[in-house]
Design a protein around this ligand. Structure first.
Ligand SMILES: [Zn+2]
Length: 279
């Protein structure tokens, strides 16, 4: 668990554990000879990745950004990805009970980002965070009802439809403020409607950039995941992000980095993007 302060807000990084993706899929067109200098795959070519969520305590609200894989995966998916299901334990270790969370924000609705939105109780699916208002992009929810054959595997209706049906999840149409100091901004590329979460307090900014830049290994513009539906837009939107985040010294939060949940992105002496770790 890592914790830091952004102005008056306290940020705590908590993980749902480690899961595994194929290294080739995770690094797109980047040759293995290059990416394996950063991470060593196992004998099945899988790389171990994080499922990082962040809790923001503003004083008025306790906001959970992203909810990992959860514990409802079907057996066939557990065989492929694993199901660590550590988020609730790690929240508890960090001092948060599910009832403490009053806002949950999903950047998009792939199963590895919204899995703990709900959990199973008998044959019912119930909200994991009973007091929380949930937020997700409307376009993402609509797409998830009719995904392409290519990414249908990523959308699991139990993670969000029960919340939409009761009105506990509000669907967002584009950029907007959720509570004072916390807003969402759409960055297309990974999906059409994926949104980042921007946290601002006391003149400082942190951004949960989600799958636009999933790890600190993906800072280079061309290191784009095969999963991205619009890879050229990923590159354009990374440029848009860097144009603001670098000069304004934003803290970038990495959704799937297994080693660091966040860092300050800078250009090093050779012009390469690097994430400077916080201490
Ligand atoms: Zn995704």
């Amino acid at each position: 668990m890592q914790r830091l302060q952004i102005g008056d807000f306290e940020l705590t990084a908590v993980t749902d554990g480690i899961y595994h993706l194929d290294g080739g899929a995770f690094f797109g067109v980047v040759p293995k000879s290059l990416w394996q200098k950063k991470v060593t795959p196992d004998e099945r070519n899988l790389v171990a990745l994080g499922l990082n969520s962040v809790v923001v305590r503003t004083g008025d609200h306790t906001v959970l950004i992203e909810t990992g894989i959860g514990n409802k995966l079907a057996e066939r998916l557990i065989k492929i990805f694993g199901q660590p299901a550590k988020l609730l334990d790690n929240l508890s270790a960090a001092g948060f009970a599910p009832e403490d969370i009053d806002i949950v924000i999903n950047t998009h609705l792939h199963f590895d980002h919204c899995g703990w939105n709900t959990m199973r109780q008998g044959d019912k699916v119930i909200p994991t965070f009973p007091r929380a208002k949930y937020y997700a992009p409307e376009g993402e929810w609509e797409y998830g009802r009719h995904p392409s054959e290519r990414d249908a595997i990523s959308y699991i209706s139990d993670n969000y439809d029960p919340l939409v049906a009761t009105g506990q999840m509000q669907l967002l149409r584009g950029d907007q403020e959720i509570v004072p100091g916390i807003s969402v901004k759409v960055f297309p590329g990974h999906t059409r409607n994926m949104q980042a979460v921007i946290v601002q307090s006391g003149g400082q900014t942190a951004c949960y950039i989600s799958d636009l830049i999933p790890t600190s290994w993906h800072l280079d513009l061309t290191w784009v995941m095969s999963y991205d539906l619009f890879p050229l837009e990923t590159m354009e939107n990374r440029k848009r992000y860097y144009a603001q985040a670098l000069p304004e010294k934003w803290l970038t939060m990495f959704t799937h980095d297994p080693n660091i949940p966040w860092g300050y992105v800078e250009k090093d002496d050779r012009g390469k993007m690097v994430a400077k770790q916080t201490t």
